[in-house]
Design a protein around this ligand. Structure first.
Ligand code: SI3
Length: 249
């Protein structure tokens, strides 16, 4: 997750390093280490932050990646819920996340909530309740789900805390802004950055009708939007190139 400042709002054209779009879970541990190293090295003095996704099915591997992220100078780590033998409740999930966070005790920790892919449907709002007592490095939430009620409750019930609420469903960013998102992390910002900036500007000047037009023009019209959740095939990469060539970025 490499964040770019937009006034007070943060949005990240590049999703978390080794996250969903980066297909981190399809890579070997040594590949994940190498990708993380490249991002940290190449991003130095160019990117505000480089956050590495270190989630894995094996706690030991996740801890190893967390430790490695700290060693190479990453700015934070993000972790999804283990998704094969799944945690059945908040306590089990918290226990897993706590062990990973403890492997990198100096790094800000983000929970990466993406239930459609992990199948772990524990509400983020429930997880956040009391999380800082268990995970002192807890810094925020990457929320990749369409349940805006859950997202709004996360924001509302943690107003006293300085958590980051990073929204991850690009199609709903405008709605998430209204619910209190402090940032966004997503794939489409790579090639729809210009329109996203225009939408954020319109939102900031309270021109909601233009903001809505920008949001809709990004996603409701014809054409390719999402980078598909499978290895990028020629057709998809051509589509991304086409959008870019059309001056969308
Ligand atoms: C499931 C998925 O891929 N979600 C994307 C979105 O940016 C998504 O591509 C976008 O909303 C278009 O559907 C991000 O939340 C994923 C992400 O940030 C990541 O790569 O870790």
């Amino acid at each position: 997750m490499c964040q770019t400042s937009f006034h007070d709002f943060l949005y990240a054209p590049h999703p978390p390093v080794n996250g969903t779009t980066g297909e981190g879970l399809s890579l070997s541990i040594s590949e994940r280490r190498r990708v993380a190293e490249e991002w940290v090295t190449k991003g130095r003095n160019k990117l505000d932050q480089v956050v590495i996704h270190v989630g894995a099915l094996s706690l030991k591997e996740s801890q190893e990646l967390a430790q490695h992220a700290a060693e190479i100078g990453a700015d934070g780590i993000a972790v999804i819920a283990p998704f094969f033998l799944k945690p059945q409740n908040k306590d089990d999930l918290t226990a897993f996340l706590k062990e990973v966070a403890a492997a990198a005790p100096a790094l800000p920790f983000y929970y990466y909530h993406i239930p459609a892919l992990t199948g772990v449907k524990i509400r983020a709002e429930e997880l956040l309740d009391g999380i800082q007592e268990k995970i002192p490095t807890f810094q925020g939430l990457k929320f990749s789900d369409t349940d805006l009620l859950d997202f709004g409750q996360c924001v509302d019930q943690n107003r006293e805390r300085q958590f980051a609420f990073l929204f991850g469903v690009d199609e709903q960013l405008l709605s998430a802004l209204v619910m209190g998102a402090t940032g966004a992390v997503g794939s489409t910002y790579n090639y729809l950055g210009k329109k996203t900036n225009q939408m954020l500007e319109a939102y900031e000047r309270k021109d909601f009708s233009s903001a809505l037009n920008y949001q809709n023009s990004r996603f409701l019209g014809k054409g390719p939007h999402a980078i598909p959740l499978r290895t990028l095939q020629l057709k998809s990469s051509e589509a991304v190139k086409l959008v870019t060539l059309n001056g969308e970025t």
